[in-house]
Write a protein that binds this ligand. Structure first.
Ligand code: HGY
Ligand code: MN
Ligand code: MN
Length: 408
């Protein structure tokens, strides 16, 4: 029987981190580069130091903790994020970072010396809620986005990424692009219903969905709600509503792997008796098939033109984020499957419909992901829950996967 991680210690760290940004309803709000994010970073860095890891803060604030190996070969890297969506759960992201720490502590206790170093990383602004390019930290880590580009990002609250990073004391000096992993393994809750419904403990991820984020601005004409005849209206609010309804039709028409969501909307001037002059809203399109995702973007573009003509409004779009789907690396898939088998955990292969830092890392180094069940498939909600037994199982698989990859 393989040795296991310390489940109580893992649980304790999860509980401790969940206190930062904790909400009355049991959820967590810890947006990137806020005071809550700073407090969470301080806690995680403190834990990294307690474990005597080599700690680096890179130029975009990624937290890197390295357990040296017998050689200075490329490290095996674990990671995820500690920022959350507003009113998110305790596990999205945090579970992956803290499982990584737990794995490193377990390896130290077992007095195992690996050939390769093993590292854990907490990436900055994975969610992309405050700064709406998601996964900014991992993009910059890989050199796909320059630190300068990251610093220039504007927040939804008018803040500036570079200034906020400095303000919270996490504008580090470790150079982005200077660490190339031998492999990257991300542990994460599934955030969907598959494992829970099928009562399977471990998901072995084969690929991650592609994603397209746009901000749509519709401009019409403000006018009086009582006097303006229906036929004379240029109602930006109505036009936005038509687009939102169309998003569902788009998803239904492009097959079960197509997702389409409007998650934010604002009307101007936002008054009960004024026809909206302006509507600004977000569109999140996803598909695991790049060609279908492109088709969704094209169809949406056509529909926006149609609404412009029919409603007498003007529509502009800005692409906030766009990334193609990626497959996980066969060697990592095999290593994860092997570890799950060694523990006799029920496991299955599956795609990820959520995006993760692993989607970015997959273009940089061999990458894989381990999923554990989300109760009732709920995530990005205070109701997010994963049992401690499942959390432990995933961390055990993570531990033995990275040990195998780093040549114990
Ligand atoms: O949006 C996502 O899929 C992820 O949770 N950031
Ligand atoms: Mn996540
Ligand atoms: Mn998330």
């Amino acid at each position: 029987m393989e040795f296991k991680i310390n489940k109580a210690r893992f649980d304790q760290r999860l509980a401790e981190l969940a206190k930062i940004g904790a909400r009355q309803d049991g959820g967590v709000s810890r947006l990137a580069l806020t005071d809550e994010d700073k407090a969470a970073r301080d806690l995680v860095v403190g834990w990294m130091k307690e474990l005597n890891l080599q700690v680096h803060i890179d130029q975009v604030g990624n937290l890197i903790g390295i357990l040296p190996g017998k050689t200075a070969e490329e490290p095996v890297v674990m990671g995820s994020h500690i920022d959350t969506v507003p009113a998110g759960g305790r596990f999205d992201g945090a579970a992956g970072v803290l499982a990584g720490l737990e794995v490193l502590e377990t390896i130290q206790e077992q007095k195992i010396q690996t050939r390769r170093p093993i590292a854990v990383i907490a990436f900055t602004n994975e969610e992309g809620v405050r700064y709406r390019t998601d996964m900014i930290g991992s993009r910059a880590f890989c050199g796909f986005l320059s630190p300068k580009q990251a610093y220039a990002a504007r927040g939804t609250d008018g803040s500036n990424f570079g200034e906020e990073l400095k303000r919270i004391g996490y504008a580090g000096e470790f150079l982005c692009g200077s660490l190339h992993p031998h492999a990257y393994v991300e542990y994460h809750i599934e955030q969907g219903p598959v494992l829970d419904q099928q009562q399977i403990t471990v998901g072995v991820v084969t690929g991650i969905t592609g994603i397209s984020w746009q901000e749509v601005t519709i401009e019409g004409q403000a006018n009086h709600a009582g006097t303006t005849p229906t036929a004379m209206r240029h109602d930006a609010g109505l036009a936005a509503a038509r687009v939102i309804v169309y998003l569902r039709e788009l998803a239904n028409s492009l097959g079960e792997n197509q997702r389409a969501t409007c998650g934010t909307i604002a009307f101007l001037p936002n008054a009960i008796n004024v026809i909206p002059a302006k509507a600004v809203f977000s569109v999140d399109l996803r598909n695991s098939d790049e060609s279908v995702l492109m088709e969704a973007e094209l169809r949406l573009g056509d529909f926006l033109k149609r609404v412009e003509g029919e409603d007498g409004v003007s529509i502009n779009t800005v692409q906030l984020a766009r990334i193609q789907p990626e497959a996980c690396h066969p060697d990592i898939i095999t290593a994860i499957t092997q570890s799950a088998q060694d523990f006799d955990y029920r496991h299955r292969v599956m795609m990820s419909g959520a995006v993760h830092d692993a989607l970015i890392m997959a273009r940089y180094c061999p990458t894989g992901m381990i999923f554990v069940p989300s109760k009732n498939g709920i995530s990005h909600s205070p109701a997010e829950y994963t049992s401690l037994d499942d959390l432990e199982a995933g961390a055990n698989v993570l531990c033995h996967t990275v040990l195998n990859l780093s040549k114990r």
